[in-house]
Design a protein around this ligand. Sequence first.
Ligand code: AHR
Length: 324
Amino acid sequence: MKRRIILGTALTGLMALSTGIAGAETPPLEQKDRYKVGFAQMESNNPWRIAETKSFHDTAKTCNWDLIATDAAGSAAKQVADVDSMIAQGIDVLFLPPREEKPLIPAVMKAKAAGIPTFLVDRSVDPNVAKPGEHFVAFLGSDFIDQGERAADWLIANFEGDKGVIVELEGTTGSSPANDRKKGFDDQIATDDRFEIVASQTGDFARDMGRQVMETLLQAHPEVNVVYAHNDEMAIGAIQALELAGRKPGEDVTIVSIDGTRDALQAIIDGKMGVTVESSPFFGPLACEVMQKYAAGEEIPGWVQVKDRVFTVDNAADHIDEAY
Ligand code: AHR
């Protein structure tokens, strides 16, 4: 049975969704004035990652953390090694955004074996192998399936043509957002027979790769009139490729995406992009609050769910100043 728990007042706009109560089997966290905190970032090649890392550095000042932050430069193996190094340096607690679902499981297991409570942030690991409340305390993050469904819902409601020919740009292969955003969108779009996904290929959540993949797919499928990108960076790359090919994003190609970056909101304002479903990178304050509650012995749900907004032409201008 699912149970909803609303965490304290500082969590405005956030929901906690329980998939099991953490605490019984995960290492305890002592209550103290300062903590040595590890944040093992996966890469820093896009605004989302940079905003997330900054959020942890900003929170370190207000939450009394001595923060050790690393950058795995897009390598899951380096991310595991970075966690090893943090364990050796004696961190009290680990915040980990696992680049991919399976390769980061050893890092989670090693942290537990070393008596260090781990919170997964923004991405998760394979739930069949590593579980909240047992191997890590909790996953703090969005419902990626729901994000994909909401992108599809917007397309179904707003697409004006008779036939939607879709190219899907997937995120990093083997990552939880790529798996779930694909499932959410594909299942939902299959309910409307106007649409067909003619190609679905990874762009690794990166702008350059999104542009390159779009260039190639455009040659194979010149009839494309919808692009669904698993994040804004790939959507912006796709817009560049389409414009280079003489197409008019927003007019003859509908672009739907996920994140809510500044460039995406600007593209919506400029009429080039239809929608971006929010996926917030600002995890620092939530990490601080949940960690303190855990140290105080409070029950933490296995999934502390972040609630996401949807940005369209109706509200993009209202939010661009707070975007990253
Ligand atoms: O895990 C969240 C995803 O990772 C964001 O959508 C993307 O932009 C980032 O790289």
